[in-house]
Design a protein around this ligand. Structure first.
Ligand SMILES: *Cc1c(COP(=O)(O)O)cnc(C)c1O
Length: 403
């Protein structure tokens, strides 16, 4: 039994490719091509070289002494925040643009919510001199101005989407519509372990450089190549998939996934898809979806724009269903508190998304000799305004809990 994808593109009952007829050929082409390209020597050479010289890999595995003391175990941080563009997303976009080039595609499209995936895509399009069109809900365009300006500066065309709630799900629909109109010359770069097969598996493989490095770095620093716990936040699931990839079938390793509880799972203002979701179809895959009784997708809420997704990768849905992973909902206030704690204890300001993984630490009972690896998926520069909105004085003493 494996928790990786089967040859039909499923993780248990989750996954598959539920797409309009007109895309069958493109998706089939991708399914038939991606493994051969990803495993080819010329792809590996180019990919590895760019990860090293452009992204700055390997990212450090840092033993966080003071944080470890606080939780009574040994906590290592996998520092994806130190990558070029400030998060793990570039690992995926570098890989997919190389694949697009191998397939002879000239035009790149992407969807983005918070703008992080849009920036990572626009970055690699500038690098590879490719046309780049990014679909983004008009609401998101307005609330993520800096990322919109970055994408434009990088040479991308940002298309504001005015259908529906004008957020991520609507941008995704528009990107799929574009792909249907230009199936020949266009490559669609999806930013997480979501979408129709083969995207979840492809993105997981491209992010698996994270767990490959963890294995080597743990062996060097700890004398054994596996941890007792792996912890990561989940929006669509890509940084988590990369963190657990080489360990997912290794039962010695416990997997903890932190999803965004928002203002609380029971409040309706949440993005905790695994806690609340029901089986449905979103973005071309069968998985858990936050939906109403009529099957209408509900607008999710989280303080963190990157976790604000009404679905979840099919791999993670299966890990939760099979109880291979412990899935915790971490609320806004818990994430903020954890972000301040990391900042004060270690001098690292994490992305709000990553702060949800840190917020899971207080919900697990560790033993003193437990080795924990937690992925800091991104840096907090983009979130400073949100952090400042909270009253920082309540974090000045170590034992306050009020916000
Ligand atoms: C986008 C993003 C996430 C969430 O995406 P996943 O695919 O679940 O990893 C997490 N952290 C950061 C910093 C992000 O930018």
């Amino acid at each position: 039994m494996t928790f990786l994808v089967d040859n039909q593109g499923y993780y248990g009952e989750f996954g598959g490719a539920y797409i309009p007829e007109i895309l069958h050929r493109c998706v089939k082409e991708l399914q038939d091509t991606y493994l051969d390209v990803l495993q080819s020597e010329s792809f590996r050479r180019q990919y590895d070289q760019l990860l090293r010289d452009y992204v700055g890999r390997p990212s450090p595995l840092y033993l966080a002494h003071r944080l470890s003391q606080q939780y009574g175990c040994k906590i290592y941080l996998k520092r994806e925040d130190l990558n070029h563009t400030g998060a793990h997303k570039i690992n995926n976009t570098i890989g997919q643009i190389l694949l697009a080039r191998h397939m002879g595609k000239k035009r790149i499209i992407a969807e983005t919510g918070a703008g992080q995936h849009g920036v990572a895509t626009a970055t690699v399009c500038a690098l590879m001199n490719m046309e780049c069109i990014v679909y983004m809900g008009k609401t998101d365009v307005e609330r993520q101005r800096v990322n919109v300006e970055k994408m434009k500066m990088l040479g991308a065309t940002v298309v504001p989407v005015t259908s529906g709630n004008m957020t991520l799900k609507d941008a995704t629909n528009e990107a799929i519509r574009d792909w249907c109109c230009h199936p020949q010359n266009t490559y669609y770069i999806i930013g997480s372990t979501v979408g129709p097969h083969p995207y979840p598996d492809m993105v997981a493989r491209l992010q698996s450089v994270i767990s490959e490095e963890i294995r080597k770095q743990l062996l060097e620093q700890e004398g054994r190549d596996y941890p007792d716990y792996l912890i990561a936040c989940v929006g669509g699931g890509s940084n988590a998939a990369g963190t657990i990839y080489h360990y997912v079938d290794d039962r010695r390793v416990q997997i903890v996934l932190a999803e965004a509880g928002g203002k609380g799972v029971e409040t309706g203002m949440t993005a905790a898809t695994i806690a609340l979701g029901q089986l449905g179809i979103i973005h071309g895959a069968r998985t858990y979806v936050i939906q109403d009784e009529d099957g209408q997708i509900q607008e999710p809420y989280s303080i963190s724009a990157g976790l604000d997704y009404p679905g979840i990768g099919p791999m993670h849905a299966n890990l939760a269903k099979q109880k291979r992973a412990l899935v915790l909902a971490v609320n806004d206030d818990e994430a903020i508190r954890a972000a301040y704690q990391l900042t004060r204890l270690e001098g690292i300001i994490p992305a709000l998304e990553s702060a949800h993984a840190l917020g899971a630490l207080e919900k697990v009972n560790f033993r003193p000799d437990d080795v924990v690896v937690l992925t800091v998926s991104g840096r907090g520069d983009k979130d400073i305004e949100t952090y400042l909105k909270y009253n920082t004085s309540s974090f000045n003493t170590s034992n306050t809990t009020a916000l």
